[in-house]
Design a protein around this ligand. Sequence first.
Ligand code: UD1
Length: 386
Amino acid sequence: MMKILSVVGARPNFMKIAPFIRAIEKYNHENGGGIEHILVHTGQHYDIRMSEAFFRALKIPDPDINLEIGSGSHAEQIGYTMISFEKVLLEQNPDWVVVVGDVNATLSCSVVAKKLNIKLCHIEAGLRSGDMTMPEEINRLVTDRLSDLLLTPDTLSSKNLRREGIPEEKIYFVGNIMIDTLEANLKEASKLQLKKIIGENLVEGCNYPQISPVDNGYAIMTLHRPSNVDSEEVFVPLIRFLLSEVIKGNLFIWTIHPRARKQLITLGLWDNVVNHSSLILLEPVGYHEMIRLNIGARIMLTDSGGLQEECCVLGTPCLTLRWNTERPVTLRKNGGASVLVGNNIERIKKEYYHTLTLKRNPSRPELWDGHTAERIVKILMTLPNK
Ligand code: UD1
């Protein structure tokens, strides 16, 4: 019996673990067992809308163990996770620890696993933005350096790892596991009604728009990177530009992340945003709801990595509000749907008006085919053990 313990901590992890767990179940079903799986949630994200809603929507079984570490500085989150996770590993003693993505849970649990000499597998290995001011970049570098099995979503990521001297036999190009989740849920998401999503998720105090959004008739935005949200010099001009220009004549939907909400309140901008007649402010929405909003959007403005990938496959023209990306396959110049616009207002303006003239252009990088998780389980089960 192989014992695998996998870890999730924050929202973007949940869509990556769901297909992995399903693939384990499929393996056990077809082979009469063989894998024991334990799911650990570090508790970094804990709000119903940021966590539990995704477990329900994606039919992820309840975590076997929740470390409940909650919010805090990076050192606090990482430190508390390491202390609690070490106890879990000593008790569980799995053959493999599987971590996904690039959040603080990914880094903390990787370090603890390796220190206890337990084999470590990283799903979504090899992404590099080259930007060491991003907390996620540090998390990726440390995790990949420590991993015994590095599973990459695209061939560029495999190349990054080779360049860093990771031995060839540890690297497997498996495709993008996020797209497994997209494929599995697209049909259900497509059936949702825009009106209903808005009605059910409207932020308190925000009025239901007089004109209902129709497909291809609205812009949608998400923002949560510290580089965009935490600094007043960046955030305030961005919000001013949105309120004065982007919204002119357009419905604009903003699904608000807790980090951005806190900052709007701190800077005294909350009322301006909530009371704007063309701005529809939504609470963080569920997985299917976000896919549906994406399918209907004329344009996406985001700093999320996952949304860049979903825009690529769904074809939604996308402005990436960052100066760099660890996901270059999603860029328009490489066949994807996104363009990097950073946080300079002039640049955003120019690209915004140009992007509005573009048609949807779905594209599918190699092995973004919905079968990544099955490939991963197969690799784990055929590798020489111990
Ligand atoms: C984290 C990840 C980021 C990921 C993002 C998705 C790291 C380093 N960053 O950033 O890669 O793209 O999640 O959301 O791990 N909060 C709540 N409720 C919650 C969770 C958080 O209100 O359920 C608040 C926290 O108190 C904090 C803020 O939201 O003030 C940010 O949370 P935090 O866990 O620090 O990271 P994110 O910015 O969400």
